[in-house]
Ligand binder design. Structure first.
Ligand SMILES: Cc1cc2nc3c(=O)[nH]c(=O)nc-3n(C[C@H](O)[C@H](O)[C@H](O)COP(=O)(O)O)c2cc1C
Length: 397
């Protein structure tokens, strides 16, 4: 039976499945439910010091289903961070840590670009006993209008400054949650790591417009006839999340932005951020989905929309699927295969070279030409030698 436990930034989780920040971690009640069901850790809904500035609208979700089926492929939200008062959250963090002392509770925090605000939110959360922080540099809607969320994650200078303030104040591990709404996610992630963050989480939602209602001619989700672009999540974003996690892991294992890890090198190879962690997010609903993120270098895998669709019992499906995958390959621990598939990414030019090499070998084999010394045969030696002679050199004068 596979061992699903992971130790990340000094925290031990019974399994790598983490509730991603959002509705599934929105109060002490539901966080308790997640721990009761066995989730490895919970990242609470993002909080800020002053919740009075947070005003949500309804409806605030829109879904894309597979044609002719109820299956949800894509999910857009225009939800803000938590609208619950900071002091209420502090009491609930205390209560959760009191009720579940051995379980990992991570506070997701967001603030405006003011040093004192970030220091205050860190210090007051730490007093409650939370185990780690995730910095929300990535919410793509609403908050960026106040220069928060993805507005910070898209600006390397501000990012470096804020991460510096946070890491000077925090005594607990800090993960920076990155936005996919950038050209190269590796660049801001490197800035966060250089500023001392222990880990990277990726991805938050992708800025999107779900669609336009062809009866009303209004875009969805429609609030009093209007909308704003929102954040896209669920299965549909998984391939994009896998690509970004691959790029982040490649950088953290020592490769460049999108540059392949040299063939033949044993992982991990020398790199700048081997001691840091990577938490993957985006469209996970099965253990097999999660295994792919782990194969691309993540230590933990977060799930948000999947829990909104399937409920907290999804953990059983996730754990069973991951265990079955590990048993099939004889992997006993997650570290046995973490990052394994990164080595199979390369450049297009290299794909072309490899294919040409294989084709040349096939052509030679078809023509009966010996291409490897082991292929020489005693009985066919003369014939094999003859086949290797260049015909132009062999013409009779
Ligand atoms: C309704 C909703 C609310 C969310 N709220 C937050 C939030 O408060 N803070 C945050 O960091 N991410 C938030 N997210 C983003 C998720 O944590 C996650 O990064 C994203 O949805 C992709 O993962 P998924 O496909 O598993 O949902 C929210 C996502 C959804 C769908």
């Amino acid at each position: 039976m596979a061992d699903l436990s992971v130790t990340v930034d000094g925290l031990t989780l019974p399994n790598p499945f983490v509730i991603g920040s959002g509705p599934p971690g929105t109060n002490a009640n539901v966080i308790g439910k997640a721990f009761d069901e066995g989730w490895g850790a919970v990242i609470a809904k993002t909080i800020s010091l002053d919740a009075t500035k947070v005003v949500n609208v309804a409806p605030r979700y829109a879904r894309m289903r597979a044609s002719g089926s109820r299956e949800v492929l894509g999910w857009e939200n225009i939800e803000l961070i938590s609208d619950r008062p900071f002091d209420v959250w502090l009491d609930e963090f205390r209560k959760i840590k009191n009720d579940y002392p051995d379980r990992v509770l991570i506070a997701s925090i967001m603030e405006e670009c003011e040093r004192d605000a970030w220091v205050e939110i860190i210090e007051r959360c730490e007093e409650t006993g939370v185990d780690a922080f995730e910095l929300n540099f990535s919410c793509p809607h609403g908050l960026p209008e106040r220069k928060m969320g993805s507005a910070m994650g898209q600006d390397p200078e501000i990012l470096a400054e804020v991460c510096g303030w946070v890491n000077a104040a925090a005594t607990k591990p800090v993960w920076a949650k990155m936005t996919p709404n950038v050209t190269c996610i590796v660049d801001p992630a490197r800035v966060a790591l250089e500023a001392g963050c222990e880990g990277i989480s990726a991805i938050n939602t992708i800025l999107s417009v779900m669609g336009v209602n062809l009866d009303t001619l209004r875009p969805e989700p429609t609030v009093e006839g209007y909308t704003v672009p929102g954040g896209y999540s669920c299965k549909a974003v998984r391939p994009i999340a896998l690509r970004m996690v691959m790029e982040l892991a490649t950088m953290m294992f020592g490769g460049g932005c999108g540059a392949p890890i040299p063939e033949g090198d044993e992982l991990p190879i020398a790199g700048a951020f081997l001691d840091r962690s990577l938490s993957a997010i985006g469209g996970v609903e099965t253990g097999e989905d999660a295994a792919q993120f782990l194969l691309l270098g993540a230590q933990t895998v977060q799930v948000c929309t999947g829990v909104m669709i399937h409920g907290y019992k999804l953990l059983t499906t996730l754990a069973d699927g991951l265990s079955a995958f590990m048993d099939k390959h004889g992997f006993e621990r997650i570290e046995d295969f973490r990052g394994h598939s990164l080595r199979y990414f390369t450049t297009h030019a290299e794909l072309v070279r490899r294919q040409a090499e294989v084709k040349a070998a096939e052509r030679a084999a078809k023509a009966g030409m010996v291409t490897k010394d082991a292929a020489w045969e005693g009985d066919r030696f003369v014939e094999q030698s003859d086949k290797l002679v260049s015909r132009g050199s062999d013409e009779e004068n």
